[in-house]
Design a protein around this ligand. Sequence first.
Ligand code: DC
Length: 219
Amino acid sequence: MIVTIDGPAGTGKSTVARRLAKELNFDFLDTGAMYRMLALKALRQGTDFDSSDALAELAEQTSVDFEEGVPMLDGEPVGREIRTSEVSRAASFVARIPEVRQILVEWQRNYADGRDIVCEGRDQGTVAFPIAECKFFLTASPDERARRRLSDLEDQGISANYDDLLQEQIERDERDLNRPVSPLKAAEDAMTIDTTELSVVDVIEQLRGIVQQRMSQSA
Ligand code: DC
């Protein structure tokens, strides 16, 4: 069974998806990490972010993978390096390029083939897995999302400023929502859940209940 969880950053999506997968004994795929890995490589190499061709070529020449959940860029573990604000910003530029998306979506489909898996991102229910049995779209208010991101970064020992994060988030949302290819939006058959007032545990419980119900229906 494929479960997709889409939505903007800061909705608790990553934490929820990861823990839900663990509780269900499903595999987990963090597709945002894939765009982040390409962005990190582009930054390191000084690739021109205005050149779609250069970014597409970079994607073709790059190996992105996960080893026991750790993002591997050309064989190098980059779990921490891909979480900086600079990479977050760069990833939203990389994610606008259709050829890049095509390569990564194909990789995602191959990876998910034959697995019970929770796939998390922006286009998992709409583009990567339109036939997924269970689709969720998580939202939360912009303030709450920026507060969560600040706390996530602090937990990782990365210092940040709330106002800067909120501003970056607004700009990133703008790019994710308005890009011509695979913009961030809920699939028609996705269940939308506003997490502003909910704890991570509450959200997981809700989602798990729904997935288990679908699993028993399809058994
Ligand atoms: O979820 P995240 O913040 O790690 O995602 C990083 C960037 O990649 C963000 O700008 C959205 C983009 N992304 C995307 O376009 N499609 C996905 N399936 C996952 C992430």
